[in-house]
Each structure stands twice: as C-alpha cells, then as structure tokens.
Design a protein around this ligand. Structure first.
Ligand SMILES: [Zn+2]
Length: 305
C-alpha cells in the first residue's frame, strides 16, 4: 500500500482530484466528476473502467439528471459532454476518434471509453488509492448528505470510501470549516427543523437535526448564519437533493420530481407553499444563497407570484 505522502503527489491522481466542474453559463455541471466516479465504480467491481457508450448514455445520463442541476438538455446529450470532453483532462480515452459532444458518431462507432491505461493500472495496483480518489471527488463537488447516494449509485461502498483519506493535492487547499457554525445554526433555529419543526432530543441532546448549508460548502458556500438552516435529517437530504427549495419570498417548494405512496411519504407535499419562519431575531437565508440553491440544486420551477 502506498504511503499517504506518495498518494497525494501522484500526478495522475492530482489531475483527477483537481478536476474542475465544467461550468456553462455559470451553472453547476458535475458531469465530469460523475463520469469519473462511474468509471471508478466499474474499476472497483469489474476490474476495468471500460464503459460502452450504449451503457454510459443511460447510466451516466441518469446520474447527471439525478445529481446535477435541473436542465433542459436531454440525458443522452448530457452524457455525451463528459464522455467526449474528459479526454482533454488527460485521464480518459475513447477507442474511436469522435468529435466533442457528438452523439451520432458515438452511436455509429459503438464507442467505448475508459480511464487512461496508466491511471487504470495505478488504481488497480492500489485499491486504497482508488478509494481516496473517489472520496476526494465526492468531497470536492457534493455535500456530505448527498455523497453516500452517489457512491451507492456508481457501485462503491459509501462506508469504505468515506473512511478513505481525502487526497486533494497541496495546490488545492481545502477550505477550513468553522467548528462553531453547526451549534450557532442550531441555536439560531431553536434546535428544530426550519421546515417541519422536528426537535427530537435524547437525554437532552439534539438528535436528527443538522445544520444545513443553503449554498453548498463544497461550492463556496460560507459558514455564516445567513447560509444556514437547521433541518431534520430527512429534510436536509431532500433539500440537498433538490426535492425541497425556497423561493424568493421564503416559501417552501416541493419539486414535482418527488413522488410518494404512503401517508408518511406524502407528508412532504404539505410543505409546499409554507412560509419559512425562524424564531424572532433569526436571520433568514440571504437571497443570493437562496437564488444559488434554486438555480443549481432545486429540481423544478419555484412558486409563481
Ligand atoms: Zn424536517
């Protein structure tokens, strides 16, 4: 097993860890990180990162729809962007010469893609390195509430991956979290969910209520009171998955992508249109952070008027 210092300096890993989100029109576009995670999942389970375009357009298209921002782009086109463009990052190759973004030639060629042979071999030789790469990628692009869902979707075990060290290279200094922020947010919202009022305690200690970032910490969201909400674990997850949102009048929105069959599941529908109200003096989330969440995370249209 490579020691940690060696891991952090591996040039191929450094490129992978520093993968920037492909941003178009200022929108979050986690297409490339999701493709790499899908490839890492295949490598870990099948011994090869090779993905046929026929499979990738479905599996990658679904991942992007589920974990990316709402988009009018078709799932197949959304998958074609990273499947062709990740080549320019030097960690991905296709077995046919195909123009960027072009679906027709991918179909016609029956193209396959995979991590570059050198990178694939390095990761195969050191499974701990593979886990670190996956950990670094999810940490860099998604909140912790969402990371286990993505890892499960690509076939990696969240428990194992999230115990692996984050190996962001020295050139990318992770931002430091404010250790007091969680307590300050819970205190500001009276230790209860800002959406449903859940305020469970065990032996006097708050349980099942998180401090949630409106603008994700991983994407430059600050540890400030006007970027925090106390949310029960369920509503935190649904907020970070884009099922729940807040409009500019501080009313809650439930996305139409959410469906439920039971009374407990349908209770989420009842949040739609509710006014967000904290205790007197609690700062509401700032409009720029709410707008970021609405545009980059929420899956659907906010309330009108
Ligand atoms: Zn709640």
């Amino acid at each position: 097993m490579a020691d940690e210092a060696t891991v952090g300096r591996h040039p191929a890993l450094a490129r992978l860890a520093s993968l920037r989100q492909h941003r178009r029109d200022g929108r979050r576009a986690p297409h490339k990180p999701l493709l790499v995670l899908l490839a890492l999942g295949h490598l870990a389970t099948a011994g090869s990162s090779r993905l046929t375009w026929a499979d990738a357009q479905r599996s990658l298209g679904d991942l992007i729809a589920e974990f990316g921002p709402a988009s009018r782009t078709s799932r197949v086109q959304a998958a074609a962007y990273p499947f062709t463009r990740l080549r320019s990052d030097g960690i991905w190759m296709l077995d046919h010469e195909v123009p960027m973004d072009a679906i027709g030639p991918l179909n016609a060629a029956g193209a396959c893609g995979q991590l570059t042979l050198n990178l694939e071999q390095v990761l195969l030789n050191d499974p701990a390195l593979l886990l670190s790469a996956a950990r670094t990628l999810v940490d860099s692009h998604f909140p912790r509430s969402v990371a286990p869902d993505i890892l499960t979707a690509v076939g990696l075990d969240p428990e194992t991956v999230l115990r692996a060290p984050n190996e962001a290279p020295d050139s990318i200094t992770p931002r430091q979290r404010d250790p007091k922020w969680r307590d300050l947010v819970l205190q500001a919202w009276d230790r209860q969910c800002a959406f449903c009022g859940f305020d469970g305690q065990v032996y006097g200690a708050t349980v099942g209520v998180d401090a949630a970032h409106v603008r994700w910490f991983a994407l430059d969201g600050p540890d400030t009171l006007d970027n925090g909400l106390a949310l029960c674990t369920l509503h935190h997850k649904l907020f970070d998955r884009g099922v729940l949102g807040i409009d500019h009048n501080l009313r809650l929105c439930v996305s139409t992508v959410y469906t439920a069959r039971t009374t407990a599941g349908k209770a989420v529908y009842d949040l739609h249109g509710q006014q967000l109200q904290g205790r007197p003096g609690t700062p509401h989330p700032a409009q720029p952070h709410i707008a970021w969440h609405r545009e980059q995370v929420f899956k659907g249209q906010p309330l009108t008027a």
